[in-house]
Design a protein around this ligand. Structure first.
Ligand SMILES: NC(=O)C1=CN([C@@H]2O[C@H](COP(=O)(O)OP(=O)(O)OC[C@H]3O[C@@H](n4cnc5c(N)ncnc54)[C@H](OP(=O)(O)O)[C@@H]3O)[C@@H](O)[C@H]2O)C=CC1
Ligand SMILES: O=C[C@H](O)[C@@H](O)[C@@H](O)[C@H](O)C(=O)O
Length: 314
């Protein structure tokens, strides 16, 4: 199962399981990346914002020197919000840190621009403490700059992250290139079924992030997850990762612990009866408005997700 792949609208394939690197500390992430790649992982998810692309790059270098082939692995990184008007320069910085001459996928991390000349390189703030956004810069302008990257050969595919149906509906009529991927938070407590179905209908592959519920893996104790784990004789982690395969999505699991990195690779395909237990739970949460979103940074923007209250839509 670890070898399962999904086809992107570019014709390339994305390996179903990727190693996440958000909040993976320097001193740990290099080993995590090289360990994962030497133990069958084919997909690494990075981002400029994570502040550890240099170490991820060291891990890639170790793996490549030990015989892993560049063409056999899939590396993603992401454009950070303070770089929306400097897309190619941002990509070049990431490539340099990663020690690569191309990435397989470059994602717009969030569809909102932050001040490139503000009081912090990544998280500029206004005097009132709110994030310093560039409200008259549209995510569509950013996408147009991302489209230009394809001709440089420095990206094999471009995509988005944290896009709702509302934002995709703004983007798609203006786009020359349909995003290959939308990377979103996804797990049985946040199924985002409408968004997943919408992406599928447009040929946009979904990659699920925070499948375990992010830091501390809180989804491990969700009752239906425990039920399916007991039924199948596997761990909750295996259930939570396997949930995405029948949905046609790839999934990212972060760990810096070798045993967990290895364990997470034991991806299984959940059967119809397993999926029914998780889907019934998910549908009930959606119907009662009790879904749980673990990652919603304080941009002060309503990104248009069905579970979020209405507010500013840029
Ligand atoms: N585009 C975006 O905006 C976002 C993208 N992402 C991407 O998705 C990746 C995954 O999401 P993330 O939020 O990190 O969270 P995950 O859902 O992957 O959960 C990570 C947590 O689970 C722990 N863990 C992992 N495997 C196991 C296991 N088998 N048993 C017990 N605990 C385990 C990890 O600890 P430990 O390391 O100690 O094992 C860590 O605390 C990110 O790292 C990032 O690459 C995530 C959020 C937003
Ligand atoms: O990819 C992970 C998340 O999106 C992360 O990059 C953001 O939550 C960021 O820390 C922020 O505060 O905006």
């Amino acid at each position: 199962m670890a070898d399962t792949k999904f086809k992107l609208n570019t014709g390339a394939e994305i390996p179903a399981l990727g190693l996440g690197t958000w909040q993976s500390a320097a001193g740990e992430v290099e080993k995590a990346v090289s360990y994962a790649l030497s133990n069958g992982y084919k997909h690494i998810d990075a981002a400029y914002c994570y502040g550890n692309e240099d170490e991820v790059g060291q891990g890639l270098k170790t793996a490549l020197e030990s015989g892993v082939k560049r063409e056999d692995i899939f590396v993603t990184t992401k454009l950070w919000c303070t770089y929306h008007s400097r897309v190619e320069a941002a990509l070049d910085k990431s490539l340099k840190s990663l020690g690569l001459d191309y990435v397989d996928l470059y994602l717009m991390h969030w569809p909102v621009a932050m001040n490139p000349d503000g009081n912090h390189e990544k998280f500029p703030k206004l005097p009132d403490g709110s994030r310093d956004l560039v409200k008259d810069w549209s995510h569509i302008q950013t996408w147009k700059l991302m489209e230009k990257l394809l001709a440089t050969g420095k990206v094999k595919a471009i995509g988005v992250a944290n896009y709702s149906v509302k934002y995709l509906n703004q983007l798609l009529p203006e786009a020359t290139v349909v995003p290959a991927v939308n990377q979103i938070e996804n797990h049985p407590s946040l199924p985002q079924q409408e968004l997943v179905d919408f992406c599928k209908s447009k040929g946009i592959h979904v990659t699920a992030y925070s499948p375990l519920g992010s830091t501390g893996s809180p989804m491990f104790t969700a009752a239906p997850v425990v039920k399916v784990a007991e039924k199948r004789g596997v761990t909750p982690a295996t259930v939570l990762l396997g949930y995405h395969i029948p949905r046609g999505s790839s999934v990212l699991a972060k760990s810096v612990n070798p045993e967990r990195i290895k364990a997470n690779k034991g991806l299984i395909t959940l059967d119809d009866s397993d999926m029914k237990i998780l889907d019934d739970y998910a549908k009930d949460l959606e119907a009662t408005g009790k879904v749980v979103r673990y990652v919603y940074p304080a941009f002060g923007v309503n990104f248009g997700f069905a579970d979020q209250p209405q507010g500013i839509i840029l």
